[in-house]
Design a protein around this ligand. Structure first.
Ligand code: GDP
Ligand code: ZN
Length: 299
């Protein structure tokens, strides 16, 4: 009797798909005839049915692709629910413009974001307060944690349990350390270890999911090292406002319809900024990205 199992593709290499079957293990599978049958290529993140061919060697064949909830284009991966964006409060000091780019990139692909500021153990109150003020109204959950001292990890676990989460952030902020602490195992190679063995951390560039069964059932994390050159692409530069929800309340005071909040007179956003109701840091990011979008496309 051939047994049919259900699992999720966590990795694809050279025609093989690696399928994680909960409470069982990872099966190395082919996907013979799937394209003909379902009219689409399996993606990392796809839920599949597989026929087990060899229990001991954990070999199988994918027999069906289950419905896909969503699909990201960059990177190409299915069924990502949300993003966890990790920055350090200090060391390295956050590049807030890069943070906003991450947020816009994730949100414009339909993902909600949790921002995780790491290294709270070595930050002082002033640095934390500055970030809190700038991002409290940005429309995303903001957490302050320390992977090293295991501060605030429970909140992160709650945010990712039962979901598939893309983890993104610049290098050196402690993503790997955080993931390892969250899972209670050495899931990811940290900077310290890669220094020891003298090899770069992200030598492999393929998309891969990690099953985090220690955190919960159906909990997967995706490491996303590829987000280094982050041009923001939006259909229309006036869409940029959508990613700055803290502007919403003040837009009624703008004199001009379609006000860009940059050079127009009588602008509710600029007034709110002058009154300290909108974060200058966030506004400056907005302005920079707006100019960038303007230069990208001549309308
Ligand atoms: P990644 O490149 O984002 O995956 O970062 P790593 O996890 O490799 O960590 C980069 C460096 O930051 C390492 O030297 C870690 O030991 C250190 N680090 C990570 N988390 C913390 C933290 O919460 N506090 C402090 N002080 N250092 C940390
Ligand atoms: Zn305006």
């Amino acid at each position: 009797m051939e047994e049919i199992k259900k699992g999720r593709i966590i990795k694809g290499i050279a025609g093989f798909y690696y399928v994680h079957v909960p409470h069982d293990g990872v099966y190395e599978c082919k996907a013979k005839g799937i394209f003909r049958k379902d009219g689409r290529k399996p993606l990392v993140g796809d839920d599949v049915e597989l026929k087990c061919l060899d229990v001991d060697k954990m070999l199988g064949n994918i027999t069906a692709l289950l419905p896909r909830k969503s699909e990201l284009i960059r990177p190409s991966v299915a069924n990502i629910d949300q993003a966890l964006i990790v920055f350090a409060i200090i060391k390295p000091a956050p590049n807030f413009n890069l943070l906003d780019r991450f947020l816009i990139m994730m949100q414009s692909q339909g993902l909600s974001c949790t921002i995780c500021f790491n290294k709270s153990d070595i930050a002082d109150e002033k640095e934390i307060e500055e970030i809190k003020q700038a991002y409290e109204a940005c429309g995303n959950q903001v957490l302050f944690v320390s992977a090293r001292e295991e501060i605030g990890l429970e909140e992160v676990r709650n945010a990712i349990a039962g979901k598939t989460t893309a983890v993104a952030g610049p290098s050196g902020v402690g993503k790997s350390s955080l993931i390892n602490k969250l899972c209670g195992c050495e899931m990811m190679q940290t900077g310290e270890i890669s220094e020891k063995i003298g090899r770069g951390k992200h030598t492999t560039r393929h998309t891969e999911l990690f099953a985090a069964e220690q955190i919960g059932d159906e909990t997967y994390l995706m490491d996303t090292p590829g987000f280094s050159s982050l041009m923001v692409f939006l259909e229309d530069k006036s869409d940029l406002c959508k990613y700055y929800p803290e502007f919403d309340d003040y837009e009624v005071n703008c004199k001009f319809q379609g006000c860009s909040h940059i050079s127009e007179p009588v602008c509710g956003i600029k007034d709110a900024l002058a009154e300290g109701k909108i974060s200058r840091l966030r506004y400056e990011n907005y302005k920079l990205l707006y100019e960038e979008l303007k230069a990208q496309k001549k309308y």
